[in-house]
Design a protein. Structure first.
Lengths: 198, 121
């Protein structure tokens, strides 16, 4: 039952630099689908737990204490070249998840907020938290059948500043998912050159 | 994708695996730190340690080890810090993006390399 590393293509022996991009979105919005579209491995899943501060860690008979937060997340990977390996994480945007953001995703290049226009309110919190963590991001609308809003109206509904890109995508489509990542990294390049100039 | 129920493992097993420790003593271990074995498993070694050594013949990220062992990331970091201390594995830490200030973007040259890699997919 164990999936093991032997089931999948190993990384090049020269791989030395792991990079992270996080796809954040509400339940069922297509995060794992997008990861699967571009990943060179079948998406894997794991979890992290955190015991809230103040907990006496020596009281081992209470390891299952109520103050333990568990967050599950999916991920895939893309070997970019001989050295660089990009890990793509699909992360739930719910409240408890953000307690673990710094521990899991510090050093993340940037994030994609995947939105479903039928449940825009799911994205407000994620956008607020990313801004709080100073994580650069773009917004991608996963085109579910029947979404009739224009991207401008979505931008307005999300109160998204003009300098944050928003694009359409089809999370099932490899080329489309690739374009989302390229758009994000392009945005990061623009931000970093702006910083360099100022 | 089948999501394994890690919760079914129960805290007792996690306690046993880590010898009761709850924190890794290597704060540098990142989700995407790549681990490579530098020793073979030996008889009598804790089974999780032996499995990590077998799986990391090629570089494997901490998060992949966690998924493969079906153990939370924090528990895997504890196991890895044991192996690092014993010089049985080496760690390739992300140098380009860690340690920078939260608001600081990585170098544009690195981002451009990432862009090239994505275009070539």
């Amino acid at each position: 039952m164990d999936s093991t590393t032997s089931d999948r293509v190993p990384l090049a022996s020269t791989a030395s630099e792991g990079l992270k991009i996080v796809i954040v979105g509400g339940f069922g919005v297509g995060k794992t689908t997008m990861v699967r579209s571009v990943s060179e491995i079948r998406p894997l899943s794991t979890e992290e737990t955190m015991t809230q501060a103040g907990q006496d860690v020596d009281r081992t008979n209470e390891v299952a204490d109520k103050s333990t937060t568990t967050v599950a997340f999916d991920f895939g990977r893309i070997s970019l070249d001989e050295q660089m390996v990009l890990y793509l994480f699909g992360a739930p945007g719910q409240e408890r998840f953000w307690f673990l953001w710094d521990r899991l995703f510090s050093g993340t290049l940037g994030a994609v907020v995947l939105v479903d226009t039928r449940r825009l309110e799911d994205s407000w919190y994620a956008i607020d938290r990313l801004e709080h963590h100073d994580t650069p991001f773009i917004v991608a609308r996963n085109n579910f059948p029947g979404s009739t809003h224009t991207l401008d109206s979505v931008r307005e509904a999300l109160s998204l500043p003009a300098d944050i890109p928003i694009i359409d995508c089809d999370a099932r489509d490899r080329e489309s998912a690739k374009r989302v990542l390229i758009r994000l990294v392009g945005h990061l390049v623009a931000l970093s050159s702006k910083v360099a100039v100022s | 994708m089948v999501r394994r129920e890690l919760d079914n493992e129960g805290p007792d097993r996690l306690y046993t695996v880590t010898g009761g420790r709850s924190q890794s003593d290597d704060p540098d271990l990142d989700l995407v730190t790549l681990i490579v074995s530098s020793a073979e498993p030996v008889p009598g070694m804790q089974s999780e340690h032996a499995r990590i050594l077998r799986m990391c013949v090629h570089p494997v990220a901490v998060v992949e080890i966690s998924a493969d062992l079906g153990l939370p990331v924090g528990v895997v970091k504890i196991l890895l810090s044991d192996l690092l201390r014993a010089n049985k594995v080496t760690a390739r830490h992300p140098r380009l993006t860690s340690g920078r200030a939260r608001t600081q973007l990585p170098d544009a040259a690195i981002l451009k390399k990432v862009l090239v890699g994505l275009h070539n997919l």
